[in-house]
Design a protein around this ligand. Structure first.
Ligand code: ZN
Length: 413
């Protein structure tokens, strides 16, 4: 961390301890004084902020400015019933639009483009975030919102939409519809900006070829402005994030320790300038890693990898953290192995054992694949596994990818 970043974090701590009731209470409980934060290590000792705490602050416990300064609220949908309400000042809204504008320009969008916005509006941040950025770059925004595929296609054709913003699943649905109607030559799309869901490479290339577009992956979360805090560039090797507004850390989700560049862990975000609802060391639950080095595009903005899943999905075996997406990626590289697998973790004779069952393509040499997979697993993921190849259809199918990891140790304890 450079000197400027540290002093930015120090003034943030000072500001929240003066203005945020939420952090005043938190700091008091933990005995944190702004003047104690002198180094990066001191900062890393500040306790995390969790989504649960934000929920407990419902409705406006996070607000760190007077009511007169709040111009809008958004809310994240809570699966547990209690939503998180995030207030914004006029400056917060401007800053967010500026970040969104950057995202569009990284994707090559200009004032000549016409941007069809299909994510939801309302309390949700997605629709309005995409719209503010499109307007900031001078493009023509089509604020469609979700659903009504008939109308989406009509507008896409008649208004000659060039940029589609959507969730990947809705983009796939639209792509299939365009294909089904045979109207590919009537659409003018060339860029797709899709976000938030985890999606496979196969789905991505299908949408890309069916619509004839280049796809950009955008990331964001309501607690931290909304969509648009990072996006990939034309090289598609990681997402550039805006480190002039946000401070990113990667931690070991189990121990909370900071991890070095290049190592996978949970993304933790601190907002440097957010006024109405500043966040310090917010645990996103999203798994990724920071990418070292400079991107060939020459941008000074650092990069993180695509989101690999949720930290809740992770298992720890023999001191190594493993999560489903890592295995998906590993199997993709092995010829003869299908993407269907089951990982069984057990505890026998005082140690953890891992068995990886993988469906193999017909006509492959099983014994050879078993040995080669086991060797590669050790190199790539770092632990010894016993591999068993089974025939296609030999493993149970499940909607939920996380069900593919069976941790029998839990019941053994
Ligand atoms: Zn780049």
């Amino acid at each position: 961390m450079n000197h400027t970043k540290l002093s930015e974090l120090q003034s943030l701590i000072k500001r929240v301890s003066e203005k945020s009731g939420f952090y005043q209470g938190k700091f008091q409980k933990e005995g944190i004084l702004p003047e104690d934060i002198k180094t990066q290590e001191d900062f890393q000792k500040i306790p995390f902020t969790t989504k649960e705490e934000l929920r407990q602050a419902y409705p406006l416990g996070l607000q760190a400015v007077c009511d007169e300064k709040v111009v809008r609220v958004h809310s994240s949908s809570g699966t547990t019933g209690i939503p998180v309400i995030i207030p914004y000042t006029a400056q917060d809204i401007l800053d967010w639009a500026k970040m969104m504008k950057r995202c569009y320009s990284f994707a090559g969008v200009t004032s000549k483009d016409r941007v069809q916005i299909t994510p939801g509006y309302g309390l949700w941040t997605a629709g309005i975030g995409f719209q503010a950025g499109a307007e900031a770059i001078g493009a023509m925004a089509l604020p469609m919102g979700p659903g009504n595929t008939e109308k989406q296609i009509q507008m896409m054709v008649d208004l000659k939409t060039t940029v589609l913003t959507a969730t990947s699943s809705y983009a796939l649905l639209l792509a299939e519809e365009v294909n089904r109607r045979g109207i590919r030559d009537q659409i003018s799309l060339h860029i797709g900006i899709f976000g938030s869901e985890r999606w496979g490479e196969k789905m991505r290339s299908r949408i890309s070829s069916e619509l004839g577009i280049e796809i950009f992956d955008i990331y964001g979360l309501t607690e931290v402005y909304g969509p648009g805090i990072s996006i990939d560039c034309q090289y598609h090797n990681g997402l550039h994030y805006w480190d002039d507004y946000l401070y990113f850390e990667i931690i070991n989700p189990e121990t909370g320790e900071n991890l070095p560049e290049g190592e996978y862990g949970e993304l933790v975000i601190t907002t440097l300038y957010k006024e109405a609802a500043p966040l310090i060391r917010f645990r996103t639950r999203d798994l990724t890693r920071l990418l070292p080095g400079q991107c060939p595009c020459g941008s000074p903005f650092p990069r993180h990898d695509i989101i690999r899943g949720r930290s809740d999905d992770m298992v720890k075996v023999k001191g190594v953290n493993i999560f489903p997406a890592q295995i998906d990626e590993f199997l993709k590289e092995v010829k003869g192995a299908s993407s269907e697998y089951q990982m069984i973790i057990d505890h026998e004779n005082g140690r953890d054992t891992v068995k990886l069952r993988v469906e193999s393509d017909p006509g492959t040499e099983r014994a050879y694949l078993e040995a080669s997979l086991s060797k590669r697993f050790k190199t790539r993921i770092g632990i010894q596994v016993e591999v068993e190849m089974v025939e296609i259809g030999g493993l149970p199918r499940s909607e939920k990818k996380t069900m593919r990891i069976l941790d029998k140790r839990v019941s053994a304890l």
